[in-house]
Every structure is written in structure tokens, then in C-alpha cells.
Ligand binder design. Structure first.
Ligand SMILES: Cc1ncc(COP(=O)(O)O)c(C=O)c1O
Length: 366
């Protein structure tokens, strides 16, 4: 029987559930406009320089991409003052997380993952037969002693997402120092900095590169999806030691990321105006939400990312559904086992205003 032939890990496998696509929601609820504040996309839209690059690259799509993404790597290497050998470029952070798992994980190996955090750490490693040790946050912070206590001789990877998805809180310098101090050198730290450019707004936010310089067992993950608004093109990168990058590049598929994405990323990283506008929009959206939640007496995590996680004091599935009907998509917290919390991406002033108005209505209806 074919059902006996699938990977055994698939039996208990729980795939990542993405946010609902806009088109589907519009059809389902007969809406003509939707604010999708569910996947932490950049509501300013893509970097205009990236759009121009996409148009230029379109004529070349009959050609395979440059397999080593060398031009983009050179640009990144120059920006960070690192060697190109320290870089792995992939089709978004998600593909890179899979490559990390494929580089390190044998069946029965262990990984340590804080909770709540980005679900892809679990899916990519559990598919390969890893055992996942989950360590809950403590008082809205990473529990470093808890993470260290979960490490044993089978542990290959420890994940730290900073700023964290879905909470938006950061791992402070003191916390990272304590983590590295207690960790064997042959356990790799995956420092997911997908929201790095937003995190930098907090003076206590350490730059992962400092840790990589001291600890070659560090893998920094960054992406063009968020700050540059090109999530649809799928492109991101890992900065790590030459040794780890070399192994990851062996695992990576030959022709990812695609040609258009490589060119768009090169253009986007030079688009300082779009990045500054994104940061400014993010800050005012977060401030508007924080101020309002305080007025309403709702508890939330102080966020240094492009979303906020808030306790709506009623089941998030209902709030999600009711907001959907009114035209705003958010991410319900029950996916992380935080049933009464929702994660809301930042948006334009109008989108944030509509969200707050609609949320007020939904919470008053309960
Ligand atoms: C924490 C975190 N890491 C990585 C990613 C992956 O981003 P992408 O695959 O778009 O580069 C995301 C996307 O939402 C994220 O939230």
C-alpha cells in the first residue's frame, strides 16, 4: 500500500498553516477590499527600485539564474564587511531554515525551540526526524536557563528568534551572552533576524554579527521579505562561518533563488528611502496600536518588529473570524496555543485605523 511508503515522520507531521490568501477571503465574504495584516508583509508595498529591477530582469528569464548568486553576495559582503564565503542565499528564510535542518539533522537529533516562536523551526526539523524540546517564555522574555537546561549531548540546534515572531520581543545582549556562555561550542545557534531592521530601533538590540564574530557556531538569518517588501519573490540569506556556509551551499538546490529575485534584492538593499519610510510607517502603526490597547486595558508585548501580539481576552478564533467578515485579516494566537491573543501586522495609518475600529466593534459584541 502506498500509504506505508511515505516518510514515517509524516504520520505525526503538522504542516505550517499560512494566513488566508486575500483572494479567497474576498470571494468567501463578498468583500471588495481587504487589509491583510496577518503575515507581516510590508504594507507600503515593494521597494520601487526592486520593481524596476524586476522589469529589467524580465527579459532574461529564459536563462537560469547565477547559481552562486555572486553579485548579490558581493553586495551583501560589502555591506557587512564579511567574506562572500560566509553567505548562503536562498528562496526566503523559509527555504534557508530547511537547508539548515538538512545540513545538521539526522533522525533522533534534538533541537531546542522557544515557544511561542516561528513554526517553521518545528516543521523543518521534525520532518527530518528531530526531537523538539520546547521551552516557554518566562515573563515575556526568553528563559535562557530553561533553554540551556533543554540542551543535551543530542542537541544540534538552538533557535532564537529576535525580534521574535509572534511576540516582537527581542533577545537582549545579556540574554545572548548568557546563552552562549552556557552552550557547548558544537551546538549551533540559529539567530533568526528576519525582523532585524525593525529590531534595531531598540538600543538594547544586539547585532547578531557581533556574536558570529565571537562564536562561529552562529547562523544569522535575514530576509528581504519584510523591510524591502518583496516577500512574493522569496529571497533571504544566512550569514555564518565559512565552514557552515560551505556545507549549507552543498545542500542548497542549484538554482535558487531565482534570477528576478536576485536582481530585485540587489536593488532593494540600496533603497534607503523605502527602508526609512517603512520604519517610519511601522513606528506610527505600533504607537497607534499600543496607545489604543493601553486605553482599552489590553495586555500586549512591547514589539520591536512589524507586528504586535495582544491579549483580546476572548477566543482568538472568534475575533479572527469576525474581523475577517469586516475586511481585516489577522493571525489568531491559537496556532501557538495562546488562545486569547492575536498577532496584528503593522500597516498604513488608514489600515491601522480600520483595524482598531473593527476590533473595537468585535470586542464590544462579545
Ligand atoms: C521569524 C521569521 N523567520 C523567517 C521568516 C521567513 O521569511 P521569508 O521566507 O519570507 O524570507 C519569517 C516570515 O514570516 C519569520 O517570521
Amino acid at each position: 500500500m502506498i500509504s506505508e511508503r511515505f516518510r514515517k515522520e509524516l504520520k505525526a507531521f503538522r504542516p505550517y498553516v499560512p494566513g488566508k490568501p486575500v483572494e479567497e477571503v474576498m470571494r468567501e465574504y463578498g468583500l471588495t477590499e481587504i487589509d491583510k495584516l496577518a503575515s507581516n508583509e510590508n504594507q507600503l508595498g515593494p521597494s520601487p527600485l526592486a520593481v524596476e529591477a524586476v522589469k529589467r530582469a524580465a527579459a532574461e528569464i529564459y536563462l537560469y539564474p547565477e547559481a552562486s548568486a555572486i553579485d548579490l553576495k558581493k553586495d551583501l559582503a560589502a555591506q557587512y564587511g564579511i567574506g562572500v564565503e560566509s553567505l548562503v542565499v536562498g528562496s526566503g528564510g523559509e527555504e534557508l531554515l530547511l537547508i539548515i535542518a538538512q545540513t545538521f539533522i539526522n533522525e533522533g537529533d534534538e533541537v531546542v525551540v522557544p515557544s511561542p516562536s516561528f513554526g517553521i523551526y518545528n516543521t523543518t526539523t521534525s520532518l527530518l526526524g528531530a526531537v523538539i524540546r520546547t521551552v516557554p517564555l518566562k515573563e515575556k522574555e526568553y528563559d535562557i536557563p530553561g533553554l540551556l537546561a533543554a540542551v543535551n549531548e543530542k542537541t544540534k540546534l538552538v533557535y532564537v528568534c529576535s525580534p521574535n515572531n509572534p511576540t516582537g520581543h527581542i533577545a537582549t545582549r545579556e540574554q545572548l551572552d548568557a546563552l552562549y556562555a552556557g552552550l557547548p561550542e558544537d551546538v549551533a545557534v540559529v539567530l533568526d533576524e528576519a525582523y532585524f531592521e525593525f529590531g534595531k530601533e531598540n538600543p538594547a538590540y544586539p547585532d547578531g554579527l557581533e556574536y558570529l564574530a565571537k562564536h562561529p557556531n552562529t547562523l544569522l538569518l535575514r530576509t528581504f521579505s519584510k523591510i524591502d517588501g518583496i516577500a512574493g519573490l522569496r529571497i533571504g540569506y544566512v550569514i555564518t562561518s565559512k565552514e557552515i556556509a560551505g556545507e549549507m551551499n552543498k545542500v542548497k538546490q542549484t538554482f535558487t533563488p531565482n534570477r528576478v529575485a536576485q536582481e530585485a534584492a540587489r536593488a532593494a538593499m540600496k533603497d534607503t528611502d523605502h527602508r526609512a519610510a517603512t520604519i517610519a510607517m511601522n513606528r506610527s502603526s505600533l504607537t497607534a496600536m499600543e496607545t489604543t490597547f493601553q486605553e482599552w486595558g489590553l495586555e500586549f508585548f512591547k514589539s520591536y518588529a512589524n507586528f504586535i501580539f495582544v491579549d483580546v481576552k476572548t477566543h482568538s478564533a472568534r475575533v479572527f473570524e469576525e474581523l475577517l467578515k469586516k475586511g481585516t485579516i489577522v493571525r489568531p494566537g491559537h496556532f501557538w496555543g495562546w488562545d486569547n491573543w492575536i498577532r496584528i501586522s503593522t500597516g498604513t495609518e488608514e489600515q491601522t485605523g480600520r483595524l482598531l475600529k473593527r476590533l473595537k466593534e468585535v470586542l464590544e459584541e462579545k
